[in-house]
Design a protein around this ligand. Structure first.
Ligand code: ADP
Length: 683
């Protein structure tokens, strides 16, 4: 807009130019804004829209004129104006006399570098004026049945007029906000809504209420916080609808709302728990703050039950609306612990229910509460944190005002106690896990140490005993008489102990020594093993059949041990009939599934797990040789190779040992024997 600074800087539209006259008389409302978003000039249509003389508009902030759709949309006028980009959105204009007029707003930046003007705003009305009758209350026609529903419904309902004035409410709404019908009548509906939730913008940035007024929609939904008479916030899912007469003129609005506070609190706690998963203290702090704000209390403190002593201890985790507002109370709290039943905290610990002490003064029973009163606190609220029926902590809330709390809210808080407790439980189980994994690490280290002790220090003296016993037998054998038998037991015991130590060492080495993995052809492995066992196979008159085996990634020596142990067991635990052993393989997803099957004595299903334990045997030494470590070693090796091992068997019916090994490349390639083996595995 061209102008010469000398004559136009003060009021650009006073000028006698054609453009100035055009703007002055334009049917659309136009205002000019300075860099702070204040009106420096307005045309006639703007003055009409706002229902005030032009001069009264000067110096006002644009947001005073527009509905909250504007402030919700534009973080700060100054920010938009310095952005230098035109923008357009829908909102309402609130006239001085309360009329609500839907408008489309266009903000056009001043691009010529004017000294005083940063932007022009054009307001175009987009719907019928929703001029409210000043005094006459809208007449609501509700017939008998609907009247009954209105009165007995659990859903809160209110009617408000074009000025936002409430003229009718149902008992459910009165109960939800704890106000009686007379108090509510005549109140502005927005006075019941929490400041920051007054008319939130829709997803498109437009104000849904102005859309309603403009007839662009008949209702909209929103989640909003309402203020309960006791000061706490109620989350409600609200549907606002407009009612029009036959001519399309707006008669009034209806808000129907559902109290979703409890659900919202649970959700908030869950969100906080999720967001603060790594820091317990931060999580508790956030929960204390969130709840304090919801409840309208100015301070909160978390106490936790010490499991061993069953006393409730302060954590020092505080929320204070103004930091440092409770010097005496904080200091004394830090020095106080509670036993069940003592003080407010101890009583909640025993009773498991949220409790209110409206007047701390009247019940002042401790130095700590005296300090609270000194610091200006009036009302205390104590909420338990519960796990599996046990109180594990208490959150105490304090108000500087004399506060009442709806019994319904106390019930809600008691109901969410397990949600709060879960928070503590998670931390405790994390702690347990930490302790367990530390213990596991320790025991692995112990095993390592044991392995070296066993290999060097323990074996040496054992051998010495063995040698001495042997010499004793050789030199004095004849003189020993019955004691010779005892000597024999000693030698036997020493030998057994030596082989157990050797086994244990082998077992511990599987994990303590990182095995080198290469591609191993299992046909070669089994070939070698069968050669090693040739004598036993021959002696037992056994037959061994085997499928074509794959190549896997693994440790050659360890895979030898696997087949060696399984095949020699199949020979050892034979039945009457000559042993028949079958080695099979098939693909199962990304793994090979192997089976070593025999027709031996079989294993009672009761022992199917135990046989894999270290030194676990089902038979006496005299019956079958061995220390009971073979299968434990096989299991450990298979697990080191990312596989699984199990047995399927019944007593007297042979045994089938199954194990998996990843297919190299893991693409789940199929193999000729799949079907047969899967069938067997399923049996
Ligand atoms: P060991 O053979 O030294 O006793 P293992 O760990 O190899 O130790 O086996 C543990 C137990 O599992 C054996 O004592 C035996 O009772 C049982 N077992 C192992 N393999 C078989 C098999 N193929 N048939 C029947 N029982 C078996």
């Amino acid at each position: 807009m061209p102008n010469t600074p000398a004559e136009n800087d003060h009021n650009p539209w006073d000028a006698d130019s054609a453009i100035a006259s055009l703007v002055r008389d334009a049917p659309q409302a136009i205002v000019a804004l300075d860099i702070d978003g204040r009106i420096v000039a307005a045309n006639r249509a703007a003055a009409d829209l706002a229902e005030m003389p032009e001069v009264q508009l000067h110096g006002r902030d644009l947001s005073e004129l527009l509905g909250t759709g504007f402030t919700a949309r534009v973080a700060s006028a100054a920010e938009t104006l310095t952005d230098n980009e035109p923008m357009s959105f829908a909102t309402t204009v609130n006239s001085r006399h309360g009329a609500i007029m839907p408008v489309q707003v266009m903000i056009l930046p001043e691009r010529t570098g004017h000294h005083e003007i940063a932007a022009y705003v054009v307001l175009t009305p987009t719907g019928a004026s929703a001029r409210a009758p000043e005094t006459v209350e809208p007449v609501v026609f509700i017939d008998g049945d609907i009247e009954a529903i209105f009165n007995s419904s659990a859903t809160a309902i209110l009617f408000f007029d074009l000025n936002g004035r409430i003229f009718r409410t149902n008992p459910a709404l009165q109960q939800m906000l704890a106000h009686d019908a007379d108090t509510l009548r005549g109140m502005n509906v927005l006075d019941l809504v929490h400041e920051s939730d007054r008319r939130p913008p829709g997803a498109d940035g437009n104000d849904p209420f102005s859309d309603l007024v403009a007839g662009r929609r008949n209702h909209y939904e929103a989640l909003r916080r309402y203020i309960h008479r006791d000061g706490h916030l109620i989350w409600a899912q609200v549907t606002v609808s407009v009612v029009r007469d036959e001519a399309g003129e707006i008669l009034y609005f209806i808000s129907i709302m559902q109290d979703v506070t409890e659900m919202k609190l649970r959700e908030d706690v869950a969100v906080i728990a999720n967001e603060t998963a790594d820091s317990f203290n931060e999580g508790l702090q956030a929960i204390a703050e969130e709840l304090a704000v919801q409840l309208g209390f100015q301070a909160a403190h978390v106490l936790l039950v010490q499991e061993e002593t069953k006393r409730v201890l302060p954590t020092g985790i505080w929320y204070q609306e103004r930091p440092g507002m409770l010097p005496n109370f904080c200091a004394l709290t830090a020095a106080t612990t509670f036993s069940p039943g003592s003080g407010h905290v101890g009583r909640v610990f025993s009773s498991h229910v949220a409790t209110l002490d409206q007047d701390l003064q009247a019940s002042s029973d401790s130095l700590r509460i005296a300090a609270a009163i000194d610091d200006g606190l009036h009302t205390g609220l104590f909420v338990p944190m519960i796990i599996h029926g046990d109180v594990v902590g208490v959150i105490e809330f304090y108000s500087t005002a004399d506060r009442d709390v709806d019994p319904g809210l106390l019930d809600t808080l008691t109901r969410i106690a397990p949600q709060l407790g879960w928070f503590v439980e998670r931390e405790r189980s994390k702690e347990t896990l930490r302790r367990k994994s530390a213990a596991l690490e320790r025991s692995n280290r112990d095993l390592d140490r044991f392995a070296s002790v066993a290999s060097h220090d323990l074996q040496e003296p054992l051998r010495a005993i063995g040698r001495c016993a042997h010499l004793l037998g050789e030199r004095y054998g004849d003189e020993l008489g019955d004691a010779g038998q005892l000597l024999h037991f000693i030698t036997d015991g020493v030998q057994r102990m030596e082989s157990m130590i050797a086994d244990l060492l082998r077992y511990s080495r599987i994990s303590t020594q990182a095995a080198e993995f290469t591609l191993v052809d299992l046909n070669d492995v089994v070939e070698d093993v069968l050669q090693d066992l040739a004598v036993a196979i021959d002696e037992n008159d056994a037959t061994v059949e085997r499928a074509e085996l794959p190549t896997v990634r693994g440790n050659d020596a360890q895979l030898h041990q696997v087949f060696q142990n399984l095949i020699s067991n199949a020979l050892k635990y034979r039945a009457e009939a000559p042993p028949r052993i079958r080695i099979d393989v098939g693909a199962r997803g990304a793994a090979w599934l192997f089976a070593v099957k025999d027709n031996g004595i079989g294993i009672d299903p009761a022992y199917h797990e135990q046989i894999f334990d270290i030194f676990r045997r089902l038979h006496g030494r005299t019956q079958y040789t061995g220390t009971g470590i073979g299968l434990a070693i096989v299991k450990r090796i298979i697990e080191q190779h990312q596989g699984r091992l199990w047995v399927e068997s019944e007593e007297g019916r042979g045994a089938a040992f199954f194990f998996t090994l990843p297919i190299p490349g893991g693409d789940g390639a199929t193999h000729g024997n799949t079907a047969t083996l899967e069938d067997r595995a399923a049996r």
